[in-house]
Each structure stands twice: as structure tokens, then as C-alpha cells.
Design a protein around this ligand. Sequence first.
Ligand code: S3P
Length: 450
Amino acid sequence: MSGHGTPIPMTSRKSGPLKGVADVPGDKSISHRSLLLGAMAVGETRVTGLLEGEDVLATAAAMRAFGADVERLGDGEWRVNGVGVGGFAEPEDVIDCGNAGTGVRLIMGCMATSPITATFTGDASLRSRPMGRVTDPIALFGAQSYGRTGGRLPMTVVGAKNPIPVRYRTPMASAQVKSAVLLAGLNAPGETVVIEAEATRDHTERMLAGFGAEISVEDTDEGRVITLVGQPELKPQTIAVPRDPSSAAFPVCAALIVPGSDVLVPNIGLNPTRAGLFTTLIEMGADLTYENEREEGGEPVADLRARFSPDMKGIRVPEERAASMIDEYPVLSVVAAFATGKTEMVGVHELRVKESDRIDAMARGLEANGVTIEEGRDFMTVHGLGPDGVPGGGTAAARLDHRIAMSFMVMGMASQSPVSVDDGQPIATSFPIFEPLMTGLGATIERSTA
Ligand code: S3P
């Protein structure tokens, strides 16, 4: 899993109107958490709508390695028989999390307070990403970790034999760090407290409550204070995973920039900690509406309808919105190229440590396609060229980053000349049906061999 095969270059060319219904896959964040919490519950958790992308499949394999019984029953339908909090077995071999930062960081949290040792690795992208943000707080529980220079994978984590609960303020806006600490807190006696200055996606908190843990969240002057009582017995759940707003972003943004388009993207989870992109697009003047708004499994859900929007204007995206759309800046920067005026994205330094340095990856790829961008440590500004002003014609490096590859495929659907990426394989980590889904709406995406 940690290697990738021969690169698959992909090219996307100017498309006729995109029309139809885009059934995007299940939410990646919730899919990972369904498997992890299912593995730590006592009894059988049933999951439907699980994202069967490479990232989540790596987490399923990891949970088996830690002793849970994880079985695929059908399309997106899974069964997890958990071992209970503190019941993880020591894996016999190295845990390969592939491309998944969420997978590895959350799993490290889950095992950090059990008396077992595990060694983690991943693909070249994951091996370059910082793990200190998780190994620092799990050390406070008593876990030890030994990795490469800079806190990189491969890394061995020795779980705490006698874990102590912690009170931890996350030093960066990161749901992965928050979640790793809470998951470690599950097997520590007493109360574990996490304080985050800005709200990040709260699926872990919601799902822990759903599995029967005692958890409370309070908004205070210090920030969001989350208190978890350790050593609960987690009760197995039936989980219907909502569809992923981060995947919905691609057909939505494509419809906004391709003339004549009208696309319906049904059943999208619109948890406010995830929906920042859609708010931003509407502020830019996008013809994007929420239809059939409802609540499912405690999460707000709606059908998104996106239509061609030739009058979008660049805006300054408020910094405090960054956490709620952190994975969507790459595709927003593509939409921004088709808007009029400047789109300023600020407070986005976390983009530098995602599957790739996403500020650099987007800047270089946009430049290669005739778009002007300014960038700094924590900002990027895209100079819009209007609905038919983007030249295209370039090749972007995907850098083992699914969202970079998909963003440039969307760009090619509306630019004057085709846009290519050097490798479309990473798309399978989060959106394995991206190509057939987009071509089914009317897009033209071609593969060529290197
Ligand atoms: C995720 C949190 C975010 C996000 C990632 C999924 C999660 O990462 O970018 O795709 O499921 O918790 P950070 O915690 O690093 O911001």
C-alpha cells in the first residue's frame, strides 16, 4: 500500500454542459471514525455508505491488525466486531496507512494508552508529513515514540502501560490532533480535556457521544473545551455515513464553471464545521442552492444544486472560516481563476502540511495554466480571469495528492486548452469513482500511459 504503481497521467478538456445527478461517496472523516470506534466498542457495529477509498481501506486493515473483526458485507456495507476500549492486540507487522494522515494519526491516538507497541508507515507523501503534533500530546499520557528526523514515519509507538489523563490545548487548528488526544483519553482513567481555540470538524465528539461515551463540549473564553470521561464501555452502533462534502466540492465547482451546467449532488453532510466552501461560493455569487434540507443521524444534510455561474466575483475568504473548508482551498483556487477579481485566502498555513504542500502545488499548477497567483507562508491570492479567460494548456504535478489531481481535472473542463496532471492515481484515496462520475455528467477526462 505504501508504494504507488506506474503514474497514470490524466487530461481533462473543455466540456459541454454538465448535467445530471452526482452520487458522491461516503464521508472520509466519518468512515475512518466508524471503523475506529467500531473496533473499540464491545459487539457488532454495522456501517452503510462507508467510503471504500484506499485511505479508509488501510484503516480497515489496521483495525484487523489490532485484533478487531472487520468484514465487508457488500457495497459500502461493513461489519465491525470490536475488542473494547483498551482491548487492542499488538500488531504482528508494520501498519501501512498508505496516504492517510487521518488514518495514521487517529490510530496512533487509539493505541497510545494500551500496553502494546506498533510501527507505522505510509506512502512517500505520508512519510513526509509531521507526526510530532500527535506524538507530543500522546507522550503526556505516557506513550513513547521513535520516528525519523522531524517526527516522520516510519515510526514506532510504545503505548503507555499506566496512562494518565491529560489536559491539552491544541497548538494548531487540527481535528486530527484533537481526535487523537480524545481517542487516547478513552483508555486513560479520569477526565481528558482538549481545548481548541477554533472549532474544527467535530465528528469525533459527535460519534463518541453516539457510542455512549460521556463527553461534553463547552464554548468558553479559552475556546472550545471538550471533556471526555475515560474508560467507558463503547456500545456498538448502526451508522449510515453521510456523503462527503469534500468530494461533493468537485462536481459542484465543475458545474459552476462549465457553461450551461445544472448538477444535483444529493445527500451531502453539511455539518457547519465542514461546509465553509459552500458559504464562500455563495458569497462569490455562485448559483448554488440547498434543497430538501433535513437532519440524518444527528448531522444536517441537504441536496446541493449547482448551476453555471458566469458572474462570480473574487472575495477575501474570512480567516476564521479556514478550518471549515481546509480541504477545499485547492478547488476553490480553481473556481477563483474563473471569477472576476481577486480571491484572497488567508490564515491557511496548515495547507502546507497536507498530502502535499497545497499552496505550492496549486500555485505552480495554476501558473502552468496561465493563472496568476501570489502566495506566502499562510496565504494565497488568485487573480481571476473571468468565466472564459483561463488559458489552460499546462500540466500540473499531483504530488501524490488526490485533491490537487481532482482540482486540475475540474479546471480543464472549462479552460480554453486541456489541463493535465502527471498522475491521477491518488484520486482513488478518497474518490475512487471520480472519473466515471464526472464523465457521466458530460465531462471529458482521458488517461494516457506515461
Ligand atoms: C481530518 C482533518 C483535517 C483534514 C483531513 C481530515 C479529519 O486535517 O484536512 O482531510 O478527518 O480529522 P487536520 O486535522 O490536519 O486539519
